[in-house]
Design a protein around this ligand. Structure first.
Ligand SMILES: C[S@@+](CC[C@H](N)C(=O)[O-])C[C@H]1O[C@@H](n2cnc3c(N)ncnc32)[C@H](O)[C@@H]1O
Length: 276
């Protein structure tokens, strides 16, 4: 939570959508690029810790995969794309389980960390610099699209979810982790204050969120709108996992307490499948 040259009209009209330049970023993506280039250094060590973990661990409480079963049982040979891959540890976990991952991220500084970690852990896969709302790959290139606090909260869902649908093969899976809308409704405007047990902003109309003094732009949708959007773009929702950290869980983030996250959902994992 919070926390390239422009193409000609002729090129726009004559090239297939997946081949368009990633130069002309929308306003929110340009702001988020600058924000994440500035944040990248602080995410390097947490990224390294996750690269070093054999077992995937999810969300701010690092809940082990064995407790939540978010990944498909068999990843062997699957073409995967991580939308907003950051330091790339989710793709590293997928690669170690036999997948062929690609990561795309809007921040060159985050990708520099990802490349450094690839070298350190001797595990390489393609990394693209660009906006996950418009990915330079042809239709139906992937079997699985994932996002852990990447495109899933930093891209406009009305742009990145249709893009994920375009990229996936029929029957392909979409798995993404986000802040639960309830936690967004209860988040004070000051980042120094923890999430409240009071409703601080309307739930209906939740979409683009900006915080005072913070240049980044986030996106969050109410559950009903997310279900409608997924259905309209050709997905069937298979599971909505509301993560509940076990007793004794710890986090490096100050905005959420264990007490809050054990009483109400703070993180959602959406699991959907593109219709065959
Ligand atoms: C909290 S990180 C999550 C990534 C990964 N799970 C990690 O922690 O390293 C958020 C990432 O989303 C990326 N991001 C933000 N907007 C994006 C966009 N429009 N397209 C692709 N990536 C984007 C940021 O650059 C950042 O690396």
């Amino acid at each position: 939570m919070g926390i390239v040259t422009s193409r000609s009209m002729v090129a726009t009209l004559s090239l297939p959508v997946w081949f368009r330049s990633v130069s002309d970023l929308p306003e929110h993506a340009a702001r988020n690029r600058a924000y994440w280039d500035a944040q990248a250094y602080d995410y390097r060590e947490p990224g390294r810790r996750n690269w070093a973990s054999d077992e995937p661990v999810w969300g701010v409480w690092r809940i082990p995969e064995s407790q939540v079963s978010l990944l498909p049982d068999d990843l062997d040979g699957l073409d995967t794309i991580e939308l907003g891959c950051g330091t790339g540890y989710v793709s590293a976990w997928l690669a170690r389980r036999g997948a062929r991952p690609v990561g795309i991220d809007n921040s060159e500084a985050q990708l520099a960390s990802a490349r450094e970690l690839q070298r350190e852990f001797s595990l390489e896969f393609p990394l693209l610099h660009g906006n996950a709302e418009r990915v330079p790959y042809p239709d139906e290139s992937f079997d699985l699209a994932v996002s852990e606090y990447g495109a899933s909260i930093w891209c406009d869902p009305y742009l990145w979810i249709p893009e994920a649908a375009r990229l996936l093969r029929p029957g392909g899976r979409l798995i993404f982790l986000v802040n639960a809308p309830l936690v967004m409704v209860c988040s004070p405007e000051s980042p120094e204050l923890p999430v409240s047990d009071r409703l601080l902003r309307p739930y209906f109309g939740l979409h683009r969120l900006e915080w005072p003094g913070d240049p980044s732009v986030e996106f969050h949708l109410p559950h009903g709108e997310m279900i409608d959007l997924l259905a309209r773009t050709g997905f069937q929702v298979e599971r909505l996992v509301e993560l509940r950290p076990p007793d004794g869980s710890t986090t490096r983030y100050a905005w959420i307490s264990l007490d809050w996250a054990q009483r109400w959902p703070a993180e959602d994992v959406w699991m959907a499948r593109k219709a065959k």
